[in-house]
Each structure stands twice: as C-alpha cells, then as structure tokens.
Ligand binder design. Structure first.
Ligand code: FEO
Length: 170
C-alpha cells in the first residue's frame, strides 16, 4: 500500500509527465509550422516517451493498491522565437523534471518506501539521458547559427530519431 504523501506526489507527477507530452507536442506543431519536419518528428517521439513515463507512474500507483487521481493539465507554451529557443526551453524543462524526480526520491527515502525508491531509480537514470539529448541539440543549434544549409541537414538528422527508435523496437 502506498503512503498518502507518496501517492499524492505520484499523482502530481502523472500530471507533470502528461504536461511534458503536451509541451513537446506543442513544440512539434511549432516546428511543423517553421517547415522543420525532422525537428517535429523528434518532438513527437519525445511526446510519446513522456506519455509512457506518465503511464509508468499510473501503473505503479495501481500496482501498489493506490488510487490514481488525474489532474488538470495547464496549457503548454505555443510560440517560440527560433528552433534554438525551442530546444533551450526543452532542456530547461527537463532540468525542472529532474528536480521533481529528485524530490520524489527524497520523499520515498524519508517515508522508508523502498519499493518506490527502486521504481524511481529508472527515472533518475532516464533524466540523465533526457537532459543529455536536449542539451546536445542546443549545442549543435548554437554552432549552426543562421546557416540555413546546416539547419536543413540537422533537420534531416533529427528526423531519423523516430525511425531509429521504431527499428530498435522491432
Ligand atoms: Fe519524463 Fe522528459 O521526462
């Protein structure tokens, strides 16, 4: 059985992960409108991952005989000044999520909830990857600057994320 404080925090995190999916879908829509379909595919793949993260929390709460209580998801950012701003915001968002996961882990430690600690380990590791992925694109975009040919090539490269992941799943 889940303690009440952990259950509340996990329900909050279900919302946060769905919000992340919503935010990345909004970024995908912006990228489509900026004629960057590869960036958009990258963001769509990210949104799918966030939905999976939300469902991991959802299932964990149920597995522990807890009660899932879904919450209101606020609206995402819609307008961005440039692809670089999109990825800078994505990186800042992931840094915030890392802090949320760390707080949740700290709560599980204080509550002596070992099962939740073991569950949250996956997210602790995943956040390293999440920050790295967004950070790498930020650095590349800074190098690209306003060179449209380089941006075109980067768009093609990022667009392969989806196909690579789907091939990996097959
Ligand atoms: Fe669910 Fe991007 O962390």
């Amino acid at each position: 059985m889940l303690g009440e404080a952990i259950q509340d925090a996990m329900n909050e995190q279900i919302k946060n992960e769905f919000y992340s999916a919503y935010q990345y879908l909004s970024m995908a829509a912006y990228c489509e409108s900026a004629s960057l379909p590869g960036f958009a595919r990258w963001m769509r793949a990210q949104a799918r991952e966030e939905t999976e993260h939300a469902m991991k929390f959802y299932d964990f709460v149920l597995d522990r005989n807890g009660r899932v209580v879904l919450q209101t998801i606020e609206g995402p950012l819609v307008e961005f000044g440039s692809p670089l701003e999109v990825f800078e915001r994505a990186l800042a968002h992931e840094q915030k999520v890392t802090a949320m996961i760390n707080d949740l882990y700290g709560l599980a430690v204080r509550e002596n909830d070992y099962a939740s600690q073991a569950f949250l380990q996956w997210f602790v590791t995943e956040q390293v990857e999440e920050e790295k992925n967004a950070g790498e694109v930020v650095e590349t975009l800074k190098m690209v600057g306003d060179k449209s040919e380089a941006l075109f090539l980067l768009d093609r490269e990022l667009g392969q994320r989806d196909s690579a992941e789907q091939a990996g799943e097959a």
